[in-house]
Design a protein around this ligand. Structure first.
Ligand code: F6R
Length: 337
């Protein structure tokens, strides 16, 4: 089976943090006569990006449940930033650097006087941030944005450490251990793939693993060309679960959680209810000695499940033509300005 960039994830993580400017906190950017000082305290962090880049925000959101991040993390996946922001740090992530939503958000952030940092392989995002003297971290390339996840995530973690939002430096290596473990668990990943082939997976996750659930859904969409649904508990226990009584065919139920997760017993209890309606429960336990290790194990392992599924169904995993087509049309029509 072709594992694409997964065996390279450890080196993508390590290489990506080498390019973080040492003078990050002493930067000053002047726009229309107004100076943005990167050394000042921030009161929140906005992580903006789409798809395979935007999921970095969701993953950091998960980690904050374990680490107790010092500032609120706001995940923004859109063309505009939230209206009510006071003194945020804005991290704009776009693998290609050409995603219009992310470029528009980064421009807006700087125009509103917020310190803004780009993470990208280049493109228009790198160009306009460079022109303004704003920091940009240029990361190594992969076969497609989603396969470069560690290169998008690790610089964001280091930035948050530098801005005093979280202490993560001592955990970075453990995340790499999680990635390596996932590649070694390929047979297990293929086993899960066999159980969800030709179904619409319902992905049940705890609140603190929302990012893993979203990433799995996105990988199913993009690698396997499958629809999938994410149900985050406890909220999903108050609506989605009612559907297990129905006659709808062709769903599978995947339960993702870490043993030590605050909500683990809740998810196990919900699983019992799903099973009591005759549905098969497929469980994926996220193992690891640290939150980052279990999170990285989860996203890599589930990514491999989707590659195994692609192979089983004779699907070419890399190409995402409908996304490219839409981006072209949005550009031609200047929908996002
Ligand atoms: C394709 C993929 C997409 C892109 C998204 C945003 O591999 O993962 O979800 O990530 O279209 O593009 P970028 O990441 O270049 O900003």
């Amino acid at each position: 089976m072709n594992l694409l960039d997964y065996p390279r994830w450890p080196s993508l993580a390590r290489e990506s943090i080498l390019n973080i400017p040492v003078d990050l906190r002493s930067r000053r950017v002047t726009i229309q006569g107004r100076t943005i000082d990167y050394g000042e305290d921030v009161d929140s962090v906005v992580i903006t990006g789409m798809g395979g880049s935007g999921v970095v925000g969701d993953i950091i959101g998960d980690l904050c449940w374990f680490w107790g991040c010092g500032k609120p993390i706001i995940v923004s996946k859109g063309m505009r930033l939230p209206r009510a922001l006071s003194k945020p740090l804005v991290i704009a992530i776009s693998y290609s650097g050409n995603t219009a939503e992310t470029i528009a958000s980064a421009r807006e952030a700087l125009n509103r006087g917020f310190p803004t940092i780009g993470i990208t392989t280049g493109g228009k995002l790198a160009q306009f941030l460079n022109e303004l003297g704003a920091p940009v971290i240029i990361i190594p390339k992969a076969s497609a944005p989603r396969y470069g996840l560690p290169a998008l995530l690790y610089p964001a973690l280091v930035i948050l450490e530098r801005f005093g939002v979280m202490n993560v430096a001592s955990e970075l290596e453990s995340g790499i251990v999680g990635m390596e473990k996932a590649v070694k668990s390929l047979e297990e990943a293929q086993g899960i793939a066999r159980r969800i082939v030709n179904t619409v997976p319902v992905i049940w996750v705890t609140e603190s693993r929302r990012g893993v659930g979203i990433r799995f859904k996105n990988d199913l969409n993009e690698n396997t060309k499958y629809y999938a649904i994410v149900s985050v508990i406890p909220e999903g226990a108050h609506n989605d679960i009612a559907a297990v009584m129905g006659k709808q065919q062709g769903l599978s139920h995947v339960f993702i959680y870490g043993e030590g997760d605050y909500e683990a017993r809740y998810l196990e209890t919900l699983m019992e209810v799903v099973k009591s309606y005759g549905k098969e429960a497929i469980t994926v336990k996220l193992s690891g000695g640290t939150p980052l290790e279990s999170e990285m194990f989860g996203v890599a392992f589930l990514g491999l499940v989707t590659l195994a599924l692609a192979e089983m169904t004779g699907t070419e995993p890399v190409g995402t033509e409908p996304i490219d087509k839409l981006k072209r049309l949005l550009d031609e029509r200047k929908v996002i300005t």
